[in-house]
Write a new protein. Structure first.
Length: 378
């Protein structure tokens, strides 16, 4: 039986383990933003919560590697500290763009209000309106109430500020205490941000230990705290707010330009890759570098006609042999050693470089020819 495709739902189910839900928490270190991927393992349908524009390649790679059909992106509010990646993912996958209807943003295809459910396969997230940080803040609650994604309304041992974008401390206090804190105490809370490495909390923890409104703190305590924080405005607010009122759609398409020399895609590990079929169609314009051992290159597995043979242990010393005027594609048996070779070239300053996705094994699986290959006759 053939090995499963790296984009097949089989791997998604395997990643989910015994359960039927896959959850991935991704982090943007530049803005302290968490992005969450939820997927139903049986159907391989999923949603992405609070995507970041600058992390588009990472998020798209993860979705593709796990074989997920993205149903929607869901922003918990109109962000002031980073630009949403919703539009880019909509353009790449055709997914819906979900945001609070109250935000009045352009390009929203799924305007959300209290009580809505956003399905993905056999699962869904329910929409709770939790204004106060902004007037369009939403908390997204998993169907079995085992997890909630609180955006900036409730953070771990903190909460979102209330001093701009229609924020109101009294409103936020009531949103948290009468909505989020009414979820089961075991409900896991996943925030929109954290700046200290904390990843997840729970209703019970925040009710007990949140410094702003936990324990015996009341509304007067909370409002007094929030109104005396005296925080500077977010550094990216002038860029982020207008962009997010377009759901991250750039004013000029050039803002989203990727590698111009080919359909390079980044793996979830961040490696630039090209599909074998595209490389086969454009090989005359490329330099193909085979980094296997000599026994493999000359052996029965064969090699690509016209490829430059430089074994991986010799690559660093022989970089000058690789022509500088053409893009370079690195290859080996499976794409593993050539991944390291790709990193070597990138560190050496080469910009137009990519790994052959899946290596010569994937090349052959596509029915493409290898010179000198001898598979024998069964």
């Amino acid at each position: 039986m053939a090995a499963p495709s790296p984009r097949s739902p089989f791997l998604l189910r395997a990643a989910a383990g015994a359960g039927d839900l896959l959850l991935r928490q991704c982090f943007d270190a530049d803005t302290g933003t968490y992005t969450y991927l939820l997927a139903d393992a049986a159907s391989a349908q999923g949603v992405l919560i609070d995507p970041v524009f600058s992390q588009h390649g990472r998020d798209l790679a993860l979705i593709r590697e796990l074989g997920i059909t993205l149903v929607a992106t869901l922003d918990t509010h109109v962000h002031a500290d980073h630009v949403s990646g919703a539009w880019l993912l909509h353009r790449a996958t055709g997914c819906a763009i979900g945001l609070a209807a109250r935000a009045g943003a352009e390009n929203v295809t799924l305007p959300l209000v209290e009580g809505d459910r956003v399905p993905f396969g056999g699962r869904y997230v329910a929409v709770l309106a939790t204004p106060g940080h902004t007037d369009g803040c939403l908390t997204l609650v998993l169907d079995d109430q085992s997890a909630a994604f609180t955006g900036d309304a409730l953070l771990i041992r903190g909460c979102g500020r209330c001093d701009f974008q229609q924020g109101d401390a009294r409103t936020l206090y009531r949103s948290i205490t009468s909505r989020i804190f009414q979820l089961p105490e075991a409900c896991q809370l996943y925030p929109g941000h954290d700046y200290s490495g904390r990843t997840v909390s729970s209703v019970a923890e925040e009710k007990a230990f949140n410094a702003r409104l936990g324990g015996s703190a009341n509304e007067l305590d909370f409002v007094g705290y929030m109104e005396n924080m005296r925080l500077p405005h977010p550094g990216r607010i002038a860029e982020a707010l207008p962009a997010n009122l377009r759901c991250g759609r750039p004013l000029q398409e050039a803002d989203t330009a990727a590698d111009g020399w080919g359909p390079v895609q980044r793996s979830y590990a961040g490696l630039p890759e090209l599909e074998p079929t595209w490389v086969a169609d454009h090989r005359q314009a490329l330099t193909l570098v085979d980094v296997r051992g000599v026994e493999e290159f000359k052996g029965p597995d064969g090699h690509l006609a016209g490829s430059l043979f430089i074994p991986l242990p010799e690559l660093q010393e022989r970089l000058a042999e690789i022509p500088p005027e053409r893009p370079v594609v690195l290859l080996c048996h499976s794409g593993s050693r050539s991944a390291l070779a790709t990193q070597v070239l990138i560190k050496a300053g080469r910009e137009q470089v990519a790994n052959l996705r899946g290596g010569l094994r994937a090349w052959e699986a596509e029915g493409l020819a290898l010179e000198g290959a001898d598979r024998g006759v069964e």
